[in-house]
Design a protein around this ligand. Structure first.
Ligand code: GLN
Length: 318
């Protein structure tokens, strides 16, 4: 019984998820034009911001969707959850010699802490941390990008998932900060791969294209102690899944993680493509997408949609 998060007299069986997400869609859609698309990656700057999609997948296999839930978008930093999954699998606890577990309190692409902290990134979700994680995946697999994409196809049960070469190229051409982070870490002896090879893997995994339904499915294993509820395949141990969820709660929204935990109350991961994917343990995974971002780089309408979701349903992890 210790696995049951909700008590038997909870109301989760009677929640009308479909009506709730449709209501949220109507309330939040006007906000889609208040955010700013991530034009520091020019290819993402071309996306029409007036789009909003929501998809929910429950652990008993029910799907609820509304709006642009089947439109593909650039998952960006949401991909860091999957690279972390692989690195944890490959390296177990030795991974934490390479990357920390603390919120950074700085923007996702900041360079300042790295110098004080001898090239060891604060956590796996800021860019420096994710580049380190990509290095770990690269040194433990024959073809890192292929390993990452296969994992995501497997988790979402969608074999058509791939990266978008135009977005990857756009990131590469404008990726001076990421290149600076990678070279700086290399100078501390933190990185084993060649910087160019590593950045290529990083840009390509950030530019993977998926929709809300794919991502909600792909996160289900984190709501289910590391086991994909659709296929019963084990991806991580129960303890490892707990640790990823803990890191998402504390670091998943960068320097707005505290605000997100306060407003929404569930672990999630955002990306500058405008997606946020989150989970409620033992119950469901949810993905929202709206490309307009707040000043921290998190989807503005998406955050509001998730806040309304936990408020209207009365379910969170607390
Ligand atoms: N690829 C993006 C970058 O490196 C990822 C950032 C994000 O989604 N927060 O800047």
């Amino acid at each position: 019984m210790s696995q049951i998060f909700y008590s038997p007299d909870d109301n989760t069986n009677t929640i009308d998820y479909q009506s709730i997400i449709e209501e949220i869609y109507k309330e939040v859609f006007p906000l889609t034009n208040s955010g700013k698309v991530a034009d520091y990656i020019p290819e993402l700057g071309k996306i029409d911001p007036s789009q909003l999609g929501i998809a929910i997948v429950t652990l008993d296999g029910k799907i609820y969707e509304t709006g642009a839930s089947r439109i593909n978008f650039s998952i960006q930093s949401i991909s860091k959850v999957f690279t972390l999954t692989l690195a944890m699998k490959f390296m177990q606890n030795t991974l934490w010699e390479k990357v920390g577990k603390e919120p950074s309190g700085n923007p996702f692409n900041s360079l300042v802490q790295l110098e004080y902290e001898s090239g060891k990134p604060r956590n796996p979700f800021i860019n420096a941390g994710a580049i380190t994680i990509a290095d770990c995946v690269n040194t433990h697999s024959e073809n890192a990008l292929d390993t990452i994409i296969q994992l995501m196809r497997n988790l979402s049960q969608n074999l058509s998932i791939n990266f978008d070469p135009q977005v990857a190229q756009s990131e590469k051409e404008h990726g001076h900060r990421n290149a600076a982070l990678a070279h700086f870490m290399k100078s501390f002896g933190q990185i084993d791969s060649s910087v160019d090879e590593l950045l290529d893997i990083y840009y390509k995994h950030c530019s993977i294209s998926m929709n809300c339904l794919d991502l909600a499915k792909a996160f289900s294993f984190l709501a289910n102690h590391g086991i994909n509820p659709e296929t019963n395949e084990t991806f991580l141990t129960k303890s490892q899944a707990k640790r990823i969820n803990s890191l998402m709660l504390t670091c998943g929204m960068y320097d707005a993680s505290g605000e997100f935990a306060y407003r929404v109350g569930i672990p999630g991961k955002s990306g500058v493509g405008g997606g946020i994917t989150a989970i409620i343990p033992n119950l469901l995974s949810i993905c929202v997408w709206s490309p307009g971002l707040d000043k921290y780089g998190n989807s503005l309408a998406g955050t509001m949609a998730l806040e309304l979701f936990t408020t209207k349903t009365g379910i969170s992890i607390f």
